[in-house]
Design a protein around this ligand. Structure first.
Ligand SMILES: [Zn+2]
Length: 289
């Protein structure tokens, strides 16, 4: 995908799948009935892809989020991030910048490997509020994180220790690179970040974990279970999507690939397809990236 002169490609580390109703505090199985096209037809579960993005803009080679890492606990699957990066013709040492949308364990898995920065030449960045929250000795890892990982290795404090000296921090809205800036998007975590891409008259959003499935894009009453601040999370979704200038139906049409790693809304482009009934189209495959 291109936003003007900025190129975006999905980097797939793995996936996890749960019954759709497990993802939201206020939804039951029947609430997914009208959204069945977004569920895995084999299992009926909602599949969330884990990974990140490769963003190329000018001389910058940017990785946004680094997956869950090589040793998650089922039903979380990971380990493909390096291979996905290499498949794009990029070696870890080619990456100039790493940006974390937030510091949940499924976004920092490849920040370091074997106690060393995985991206050996990169500057790492995140919102300071997330660093202060997750790396604090007072951080109490929630059950959903501890049960899907090895906290002694995978917690933010441990995983990010090898890159601490490389960290640069931003807070709220700030320009990072030409055409790429952050939006204030706290709620999922204290310093959750949405990247706003603007180039050639087009606009795109990389939403991180602000949105976890397609129905959230055109219905404002899907309350994700693991937001730290539920009200702020929902408000941030509206703020971010409002900045895309897309109507709700268009938002859904502009989903590209699995929502978790590939949620992009673009101004200035028509959706490529709609379902015959005029409703939201099925999600395109990763190959459409
Ligand atoms: Zn998260």
């Amino acid at each position: 995908m291109k936003i003007g002169d900025i190129t975006i490609e999905a980097l797939i580390d793995g996936e996890t799948a749960y019954p759709g109703e497990f993802l939201y505090t206020n939804k039951e199985r029947e609430d997914w009935t009208e959204h069945e096209q977004f569920l895995d037809p084999c299992t009926g579960n909602y599949v969330n892809t884990l990974g990140g993005f490769l963003i190329r803009s000018g001389d910058r080679v940017i990785v946004l989020d680094t997956g869950i890492g090589s040793k998650p606990i089922y039903p979380w699957l990971g380990g493909g991030f390096r291979s996905s990066l290499l498949s794009k013709g990029v070696a870890p040492e080619d990456v100039t910048d790493v940006v974390f949308s937030h510091l949940h364990l499924d976004h920092i898995g490849w920040a370091a490997q074997h106690g060393k920065p995985f991206f050996s030449n990169a500057t790492y960045r995140c919102d300071r509020r997330d660093w202060d929250f997750f790396v604090s000795p007072d951080y109490e890892i929630p059950e959903w994180e501890s049960s899907t990982s090895n906290p002694a290795e995978d917690s933010a404090a441990n995983r990010l220790a090898p890159v601490a000296s490389r960290m640069e921090f931003f807070e709220g809205e700030q320009g990072l690179f030409p055409g790429i800036s952050t939006l204030e998007s706290s709620g999922h975590t204290p310093g959750s970040t949405v990247l706003l891409l603007e180039s050639g008259g087009e606009k795109g959003l990389l939403l991180g974990d602000l949105v976890h499935s397609e129905p959230e894009l055109y219905d404002d009453n899907w309350d994700f279970v693991n937001h730290v601040d539920h009200d702020a999370g929902r408000a941030s979704i509206e703020n971010a999507l409002g900045s895309s200038d897309a109507q709700p139906r268009q938002r859904s049409a502009w989903l590209r690939g699995p929502a978790r790693v590939a949620t992009v809304a673009v101004r200035g482009r028509r959706p490529r397809s709609r379902s015959a009934a005029g409703g939201p189209p099925p999600p395109p495959s990763v190959a459409d990236q």
